[in-house]
Design a protein around this ligand. Structure first.
Ligand code: BEZ
Length: 401
């Protein structure tokens, strides 16, 4: 059953539809199981479908829907329907968008989003309304730090996680003086701070911290500044369309050969086709590598390719795992999401055989996971080593910990 209809949530694309499963048929005369009387569980997808993070949002959406489809359109025996909103990565519109999803649209669960600033507005509404929220990308440390809550989970990472281990990696590679460059918003600041924490702890010095407003891509003046500074290397955070442009501009300036470029793995994830040769040799740290040779990853990549025609990336994995996490909760309560405490306990205790490797959750509901060192070779983010195993975010300020 494909039941797609348009809903008036925002001027942007808003869609709703059943995931494909028929409703439960009950033989005449038999009392219907409690779950058959329930309406489908309505999942609100609040993601960027336009703008510099559009591809990230699309892959999260595809990964989530793939998992639900693999389960016959049901989680814990309960049919799933979707309503979606394009958040455009605009924090100023985030509270209204989230309020509409949980208010007018009555989403039972919200999955979102990519941008840290948008996610923090969503967390506030989720806390106020007690809506179950799973963040499938945004790394805002506070979401599983001071703003942590029983009903807020993350299937992705904290901004601290992929960056802290890079400090030791770069110092051990012989880089003592490093410049950083990023967008000036929560994700950029937190990721570069985490790198600095790891790098200074290892003995290195951050010589300059360069920024530009999100989502600007006029990098030239900052690249010229890097050429003047001549640091041993550069560490950065960019993602999506901005990452494509930065890597190309850096290579075009001829710096790639003299001042090695490193980054949090978002720099080269989901971007390699567009970056082409300019990305070859770039080393990054992330909770995924394209060629992780484990059954869960091989099966995921195969299924994702068959469903979408695309090669899965970290964003697709995070969407897929958000659905797996919701499934753990829904299965524990036989699809009855009103058994909230039991459902949340099962989600917190979930051990997921993720395409990224083993995935579990700390008390703040942030993933505990390996952080891999990868290098771009053969047009892929290939595994070099495990930079740090079972990395757990410090969850600073979370009262649940
Ligand atoms: C963030 O805003 O948290 C973010 C966006 C894209 C990739 C990684 C993090």
């Amino acid at each position: 059953m494909s039941n797609r209809l348009t809903l008036p949530i925002s001027r942007r694309a808003v869609l709703s539809g059943a995931a494909g499963a028929a409703t439960l048929a009950v033989a005449p005369g038999l009392r219907a199981p409690a779950i058959a009387q329930n309406a489908p569980l309505k999942v609100g997808l609040m993601l960027p479908y336009t703008g510099t993070y559009a591809k990230l949002g699309k892959f999260i959406d595809d990964g989530f829907r793939l998992y639900v489809e693999q389960k016959g359109g049901k989680l814990g025996g309960r049919e799933i329907t979707f309503v979606q909103v394009d958040d455009e990565s605009k924090p100023e519109a985030a509270t209204d968008n989230m309020n509409r999803l949980v208010g007018r649209e009555k989403a039972d669960v919200v999955i979102g989003t990519v941008h840290s600033g948008v996610a923090m507005a969503m967390v506030k509404v989720a806390r106020d309304t007690k809506t179950l929220l799973i963040i499938p990308n945004a790394g805002a440390n506070d979401a599983t730090g001071p703003a942590c809550a029983p009903n807020v989970f993350r299937s992705s990472f904290s901004n601290w996680q992929p960056n802290f281990p890079m400090g030791k990696v770069m110092f051990d590679a012989g880089h003592k003086n490093v410049a950083t460059i990023t967008w000036k918003y929560a994700a950029g600041a937190e990721q570069m701070n985490a790198f600095k924490e790891g790098f200074t702890k290892a003995g290195g010095k951050v010589v300059e911290e360069l920024t530009l407003p999100f989502p600007e891509v006029e990098f030239q003046a900052l690249i010229t500044r890097i050429a003047q500074l001549k640091p041993d290397a550069v560490h950065c955070f960019f993602a999506g369309g901005g990452a494509v442009k930065f890597v190309k501009d850096y290579a075009a300036a001829g710096l790639g050969k003299t001042i090695p470029l490193y980054g949090a793995g978002f720099l080269t994830d989901g971007t390699l086709e567009a970056q082409g040769e300019a990305a070859t040799g770039i080393k990054t740290t992330l909770h995924y590598a394209d060629n992780l040779d484990i059954p869960a990853n091989l099966a995921f990549l195969d299924a994702f390719k068959k469903r979408t025609g695309n090669i899965g990336d970290i964003y697709a994995v995070q969407g897929y795992d958000a659905a797996a996490l919701l499934d753990a909760g829904m299965t524990a309560v036989g699809g009855d999401d009103k058994q909230r405490d039991k459902m949340i306990a099962a989600m917190g205790a979930a051990k997921i055989d993720s395409p990224r490797g083993p995935l579990s959750f700390n008390k703040a509901h942030n993933p505990i996971q390996n952080i891999y060192l990868r290098e771009v070779r053969n047009g892929r983010n290939e595994l070099v080593s495990i930079a740090q195993k079972d990395v757990d975010d410090p969850a600073r300020g979370c009262k649940l910990v």
